[in-house]
Design a protein around this ligand. Structure first.
Ligand SMILES: Nc1ncnc2c1ncn2[C@@H]1O[C@H](COP(=O)(O)OP(=O)(O)OP(=O)(O)O)[C@@H](O)[C@H]1O
Ligand SMILES: [Mg+2]
Length: 391
């Protein structure tokens, strides 16, 4: 009697029907490993599935721990089709891949159906205290209100305080993801209007110390997050230190914040100078914060763009401005975002105008700014960050 499926229409979504010896097809959801691999089931429990190591052309395929995979196999009871996560890789005589259940994203996240294309935008400045964190948070909320899925990453390695601005008390941060204690979804905190915050801690700096295996695991988790996010806004520190400029180079683009104050302008210019000395693509956009009116902001932008082009051979695009408005400070003291605390304030209007411009670009309505073919071939943000911090 054949043991082949009687009813192929039955789809099983757990792996307990896969008895040892069954052959399964494993597909890794990662940019590193493309294709289907035939593996044999070695053993399984309700929450673990051990399969033989995938091979390709006689060579082992080292799928990193953390990678999400699809497993398909035919059994007498029907077709098993499950998503799982690589939780361990064993070598030696026990050589095998250990799979566990795929981590469940929080309910408030919505997965995208198409390919992951998440823009990373660094928010930075030459001088401290010019309003980066306030802009990153309020811009994030304004973009979220327009329907974008936004994650604000607290990447300020000195004084991370996105959580303070939004009255959050995150228990975990990226360091716990890196150490393997937590999954990236456990660390996320839900903000206003669907905004998501990833508390950074010292996590992003620890990347350099990671061996390839642990980096692969983290990368896999970031890829998972990218399925749920259109824009990642990185609130960075200020100044010319590498811990800041690395983000400028790793991000797809950078919003450089200055105020009309001469010191802030010269420090912003110094940052452009340092950034422009490194090879690699650089997309810089200026936001003038705390301006009296748009005329003042445009005047500063014009002068800075001119100097930057003439002396540093670097383009600096004007993105927008935010008016000097006591509502910003009041919102911060109330630990609320500006759209919630003062939706009709002038500053909220300015932030919404910047968000609308970015939103149009993301939709491809506004030229080719976001449609660079380069995105396809460029290494991922985390790869770039790791390489830069390793120097
Ligand atoms: N448009 C504005 N109008 C009035 N005050 C503002 C405005 N933007 C920012 N501020 C004030 O500037 C202060 C500093 O803002 P914020 O913490 O966002 O700066 P930062 O650049 O992130 O600082 P740091 O370099 O320390 O990270 C805030 O407490 C707020 O009161
Ligand atoms: Mg800040």
């Amino acid at each position: 009697m054949s043991t082949e499926p009687k009813d192929q229409a039955t789809l099983l979504t757990d792996w307990t029907a896969l008895e040892p010896g069954r052959s399964v097809t494993l597909r890794a959801h990662s940019s590193l490993h493309k294709g289907d691999y035939e593996c044999a089931v070695l053993d399984r429990t309700a929450d673990r599935l051990r399969v033989s190591m995938p091979m390709e052309n006689g060579k082992l395929v080292l799928v990193p721990v953390g990678t999400i995979v699809s497993v398909e196999g035919r059994t007498p009871a029907g077709i098993v089709s499950v998503r799982a996560q690589v939780v361990d890789r064993r070598s030696g005589r026990e050589r095998s891949l250990l799979l566990g259940p795929e981590p469940k994203p929080p309910e408030y996240l919505q997965a995208r159906s198409g390919p992951a294309l998440c823009r990373t935008i660094a928010v930075t400045s030459g001088k401290g205290g010019v309003g980066k964190t306030a802009l990153a948070v309020n811009l994030g909320v304004a973009l979220a209100a327009l329907g974008r899925r936004v994650c604000v990453v607290d990447a300020d390695l000195g004084t991370a305080n996105v959580d303070v601005l939004l009255n959050m008390t995150p228990r975990w941060n990226l360091s716990h993801v890196i150490s393997g204690e937590k999954n990236i979804f456990d660390v996320l905190v839900q903000g206003p209007r669907g905004l998501v915050v990833l508390p950074g801690g010292s996590g992003l700096q620890e990347l350099t110390a990671l061996d390839d295996r642990r980096f692969g695991k983290l990368l896999a988790q970031f890829h998972q997050l990218e399925r749920f996010v259109d824009v990642m806004l990185l609130d960075t520190g200020s100044g010319l230190a590498k811990s800041v400029t690395n983000f400028v180079h790793a991000a797809d683009e950078t919003i450089l914040v200055t105020t009309p104050e001469p010191h802030a302008i010269t420090d912003a210019y110094a940052l452009i100078k340092v950034a422009s000395q490194r090879p690699g693509p650089l997309r810089l956009r200026l936001v003038v914060n705390r301006a009296q009116d748009e005329g003042e902001a445009r005047d500063i932008a014009r002068k800075m763009s001119f100097a930057s082009r003439k002396f540093l051979d670097t383009e600096l695009d004007y993105l927008g401005w935010v008016v000097e408005d006591a509502a910003v400070g009041r919102a911060i003291r109330r630990q609320q975002d500006l759209l919630t605390a003062a939706p009709r304030s002038r500053a909220a209007g300015c932030v919404q105008a910047i968000a609308a411009a970015l939103h149009r670009e993301l939709s491809g309505e506004d030229g080719a700014a976001f449609a660079d073919a380069e995105a396809e071939v460029r290494p991922s943000f985390l790869h770039r960050i790791r390489r830069l911090f390793a120097r």
